[in-house]
Design a protein around this ligand. Structure first.
Ligand code: ACO
Length: 168
């Protein structure tokens, strides 16, 4: 991990999040070279995620990294294949209200089909929550499909409000 350029300081990830995974798996911040480890391919379990050129991937990574204390993308890597099998993002929003408080938004949670049902999704959510707590978020919110509600309830979330959307 020491040679990789990471999106954020890995010490924000509690050691408990790393230590309870199978030996063949490890969890870390996104690295600038993760396109080659199947990051975008993994996101296709979630929605349309066409392949990105190395250049676009690298410039997107740098754009996220330049926005300080905002983007916390984590990945679970399988050591034996050097492939990413899980990922998730926490985007931290600064508010004027709540005494200039911080709200965390959980986005783009994906676990590869062959690894689903092994508590990796739960691990990703718990880790993003720990990061959010660590950086001072007063709440963490997310949007999901109806079919994923039971998963997020198992992660400790509850239903509140409604989502609205208008595509451009
Ligand atoms: N319906 C009911 N229960 C579920 C579901 C579901 N769709 N998914 C997981 N669970 C339950 C599991 O059975 C488990 O329960 P248990 O503790 O009683 O055994 C618990 O939730 C934890 O499950 P995990 O094994 O951690 O789930 P997994 O690793 O498979 O990850 C995920 C779940 C992320 C939804 C995965 O199936 C996936 O990648 N799906 C496709 C992409 C997707 O829908 N992502 C979420 C989009 S919403 C967003 O990104 C904010």
């Amino acid at each position: 991990m020491s040679n990789l350029e990471l999106l954020f300081d890995p010490s924000l990830i509690p050691s408990s999040s790393r230590s309870t995974l199978d030996d063949d798996l490890f969890l870390r911040p996104l690295a600038s070279t993760d396109n080659a480890r199947g990051h975008i391919e993994l996101l296709t379990v979630l929605t349309s995620a066409p392949a990105l050129s190395q250049q676009t991937y690298a410039s997107t990574f740098q754009e996220l990294k330049a926005a300080l204390n905002t983007y916390f993308v984590i990945v679970i890597v399988q050591r034996s294949t050097d492939k990413i099998v899980g990922c998730g993002s926490l985007v931290v929003e600064r508010k004027f209200l709540r005494n200039a408080g911080l709200v965390g938004h959980i986005e783009d949670i994906a676990v590869s089909k062959s690894m689903q049902g092994r508590k990796l999704g739960l691990k990703i959510i718990n880790t993003l929550e720990d990061i959010g707590k660590g950086v001072g978020c007063y709440k963490i919110i997310l949007d999901c499909s109806q079919s994923n509600i039971p998963f997020y309830e198992k992660c400790g979330f509850k239903q509140k409000e409604y989502q609205m959307v208008r595509y451009m």
